[in-house]
Design a binder for this molecule. Structure first.
Ligand code: GLU
Length: 497
């Protein structure tokens, strides 16, 4: 029998898309695509307090930005919708009723105070808390009486006694679990809203999910869910629990390790291809050892059984390096230019004032000019956000000296600096046009004629032309900005120093 593989990504819209969840989405995508299957996006918004429409929109936008595509979801619809849990309450109700009717679930009228007493008692006796099961034993009359009185109740799943469940996880292998540890857990809260562990089973079953791929923090939930699958007579999907992601200090990846949301990496100038590539290697590695892989190459190579059953370590420097590789080597120049321009337009508002001003100046140049600069400096920036600072000398003719540049001038004395700049200027004036290769030649002549070290002459010219003591190749710079703008900068230097 060949059933189509169907995976799902089921985020809760309670914040920005976390890197760990993005990796889960990517693995679901890669697995589905590799097997010619389908990916379903389901929004898990049963927590009405914490779920926000803005977060749902941001999640969808960030997933699309990353390059993940789904076959069914709240935005595209599909045959098993609705794909937002808040719109499925009627469906859940039907299955709650079925569980109640068949005795797999029961109403629990215990008050929060009563439960607190149980909890305290467990604590005093030094054992982990689990619900006593008191309301399992209510008679039909008692239940009817309580309902008539309008007492609030939750609905609990009746966990069978002494059952050991065996899970054959695609990544973790065989995992055994004794369900006695659970106690009868709540599946519907007293306000009538159904709980994750219950609705997820109903949805995965009705949406015909064949493989549930999610973080290993859900492992304990899986055993609760297996009980519900059994009770409702749904066929069980296959499960794969992804290794957790650790920071470099080997503690669970969190805000302490810096940015952890996809959106923040977007704002910081990362490329979706690089982030996708990087995240796909957190816990999995292609057999051929190739690291820089396009989405298509990843789809082709992805094999769920190759996922390691060991924590993955998030190495921020590696992501930074990888982003640089995409900028330097992977994107073609037209594409890279568009990315730079779009990025600067979109995220300008996030930068400090000085950088915003620089960005405005850059964006006032024609696209062709920006493209030329991008092609000259693409091996010196690792994120799109670094572009304006690296490329500044190509765009800004008013030069202010950095503290280091100032120091250099004082060290060699302003008189000597001016001598250098003046002589160089005269040589440039004598040229018809100023080519990149002329720069070195003229600077060397200046050094020779003034009997100075070439290094000192280069540094001084760099200060005069850029205001910095280090940066882009000056031959590249003069070639791009041309004779007139070079002379303008040299003249300003002579006037101001
Ligand atoms: N909404 C759950 C989460 O974001 C989904 C877990 C699952 O994939 O079942 O953690």
């Amino acid at each position: 029998m060949d059933t189509k593989i169907r995976t799902r990504f089921a985020p809760s819209p309670t914040g920005w898309l976390h890197l760990g969840n993005a990796r889960t989405a990517i693995f679901n995508y890669l697995f589905a695509k590799h097997s010619n299957g389908e990916l379903i996006l389901r929004i898990e918004d049963t927590d009405r307090e914490r779920s926000k429409k803005e977060y749902e929109e941001a999640l969808i936008e960030d997933l699309k930005w990353l390059g993940i595509e789904w076959n069914e979801g709240p935005d595209v619809g599909g045959p098993y919708g609705p794909y937002r849990q808040s719109e499925r309450f009627e469906i859940y109700k039907k299955y709650v009723d079925e569980l109640l009717e068949k005795g797999y679930a029961y109403r629990c009228f215990c008050t929060p105070e009563e439960l607190e007493v149980e909890r305290e008692k467990a604590k005093k006796e030094g054992r982990p808390y689990r619900y006593s099961g008191k309301c399992r034993h209510l008679t039909q009359e008692q239940i009817e009486q309580y309902l008539k009185e309008g007492r609030p109740y939750t609905i609990r799943f009746r966990v069978p006694d002494g059952r050991e469940l065996v899970l054959n996880d695609l990544i973790k292998g065989e995992v055994r679990f004794n369900v006695d540890d659970f106690g009868d857990f709540v599946i519907v809260r007293s306000d009538g809203s159904p709980v994750y562990n219950f609705v997820v089973v109903v949805d995965d079953a009705l949406m015909k999910i064949t493989h549930v791929i999610r973080g290993e923090d859900h492992l304990a939930n899986t055993f609760k869910q297996m009980l519900i699958y059994e009770a409702l007579g749904f066929p069980m999907p296959k499960f794969a629990h992804l290794p957790i992601i650790l920071g470099e200090d080997r503690s669970k990846l969190s805000k302490r390790h810096g940015a952890v949301s996809v959106r923040q990496y977007r704002i910081d100038g990362y490329l979706p291809e690089a982030l996708f590539n990087f995240l796909s290697l957190l816990g999995w590695y292609p057999k051929d050892g190739k690291e820089i892989l396009s989405k298509e190459e990843l789809v082709e190579r992805f094999d769920i059984t190759d996922i390691h059953n060991a924590p993955a370590v998030f190495n921020k420097e590696k992501l930074y390096w990888m982003n640089g590789v995409y900028i330097r080597e992977v994107l073609d120049i037209e594409d890279l230019t568009d990315r730079v321009i779009n990025y600067l337009k979109t995220y300008k508002g996030e930068f400090d004032e000085e950088l915003q001003k620089l960005v405005d100046t850059i964006l006032s140049y024609p696209r062709e000019y920006i493209k030329t600069v991008v092609s000259k400096v693409r091996d010196s920036f690792f994120t799109l956000k670094e572009f304006p600072t690296r490329a500044k000398p190509f765009f800004v003719d008013e030069i202010t000296l950095s503290p280091d540049a100032e120091k250099h001038i004082q060290k060699i004395t302003p008189e000597v600096a001016k001598q250098i700049v003046k002589l160089f200027k005269e040589k440039v004036e004598n040229l018809e046009t100023l080519k990149g290769e002329d720069f070195k030649k003229l600077a060397k002549e200046v050094a020779k004629e003034l009997k100075l070290k070439p290094g000192m002459v280069f540094k001084t010219l760099r200060v005069a032309l850029t205001g910095e003591t280090q940066g882009v190749g000056l031959d590249l710079l003069v070639e791009v900005i041309g004779k007139e703008r070079v002379l303008k900068r040299l003249n300003s230097f002579l006037q101001e120093n």
